[in-house]
Design a protein around this ligand. Structure first.
Ligand code: DGY
Length: 325
């Protein structure tokens, strides 16, 4: 029997590509050229290949128009991400297209990047690194680049899912007090003493550090706006490793300039890879290029998840384990 054809929109780790090629007729993208972001090109290549599945990733424009234009041979979109905001799930459902993602395996790695950014923001690590690299460091000085300690501070986790809870574990090691805001209160064994807030106002007023872990999409667009920022304590820190669309960049820049927000750490951007230009001129914001899940171990595990999903639907006629639509 002919192997199902899988169109792969991005360069993947070597081991993942080898396994894909052994199981499927995998059409790889070894050059990692920018075509995948263009929906029309995905449609063209899927039709040319007679693809049964598409292994896509965050940033690939799987909008309603692209989905409607996919050839009938395509049965599944397996995204190499936990986030699905680049896929129009309603359009996929309407077309009977199965969509899967890669939950759980990237929670720790993404929490590590949130933790890194929290420390960079609190301890001015980016500024210090730039000073040394510029050859401008003149030696230890009692008042140089003083930051704030995280010990004893109140960490507010917005979105207390797997990533948020991993961050809570790490922050307990820093003796931080954990607060969270979530759609609903989680079970006590998941809460582990974290303080639940049932209103944005109470949550924002209570915390010293906000770490954002909510999905992208219209419902969360510009969640952190000028009004909510004004409710935060003066000198608070902001970290975002979820989706860039959840922050009103102009409002955050204004607060970073005024000092109402002492510092921020961002791994995700609205319209990435573009970055809101004003961030680039600010010393008190640490900027990373969407590194949340970027460990060797995690990217291999994400690949394995995609393969399990493709295999279940296309080779075993089973329900894929990580189906989201
Ligand atoms: C995810 O998995 O959603 C990460 O943000 C990478 O896209």
């Amino acid at each position: 029997m002919a192997k199902p054809v899988i169109l792969v929109t991005r360069k993947l780790p070597d081991g993942v590509e080898a396994r894909l090629s052994s199981l499927f007729d995998a059409r790889l993208n070894p050059a990692d050229d920018p075509w995948p972001r263009d929906g029309a090109e995905i449609v063209r290549r899927a039709a040319e290949a007679g693809a049964a599945g598409i292994l896509c990733a965050a940033g690939d424009a799987m909008d309603a128009r692209t989905i409607a234009a996919l050839p009938p041979s395509v049965r599944i979109l397996a995204t190499f991400s936990v986030g699905t905001d680049h896929i129009d799930l309603d359009a996929a459902r309407a077309r009977g297209l199965v969509v899967t993602n890669t939950p759980e395996v990237l929670s720790f790695a993404t929490a590590e990047i949130a933790f890194t950014l929290m420390l960079m923001a609190a301890r001015r690590a980016g500024e210090g690194e730039r000073l040394v690299r510029a050859g401008a460091w003149t030696g230890w000085a009692p008042t140089q680049l003083m930051g704030v300690t995280l010990e004893g501070k109140k960490l507010g986790i917005l979105g207390f899912g797997r990533i948020g809870r991993e961050l809570a574990q790490m922050a307990r090691g820093m003796r931080m007090e954990i607060h969270y805001r979530n759609r609903s209160r989680v079970a006590p064994d998941l809460e582990e003493g974290a303080i639940f807030h049932d209103s944005d106002d109470g949550f924002l007023a209570a915390i010293d550090v906000l770490s954002m872990h909510i999905p992208g999409g219209e419902a969360t667009r510009k969640w952190l706006d000028a009004e909510r920022i004004a409710k935060m304590k003066p000198g608070a820190l902001v970290v975002n490793t979820g989706r860039g669309t959840t922050v009103d960049d102009a409002a955050l820049v204004a607060a970073l300039r005024s000092g109402h927000i002492r510092a921020a750490g961002l791994d995700v951007y609205d319209g990435e890879p573009s970055v809101f230009p004003s961030y680039l001129g600010l010393e008190n914001v640490a900027l990373l290029p969407h590194l949340g899940s970027a460990t060797i171990e995690t990217r291999d595990a994400m690949g394995a998840r995609c393969i399990e999903n493709l295999e279940a639907l296309l080779m075993k006629d089973q329900e894929p384990p990580c189906r989201v639509a």
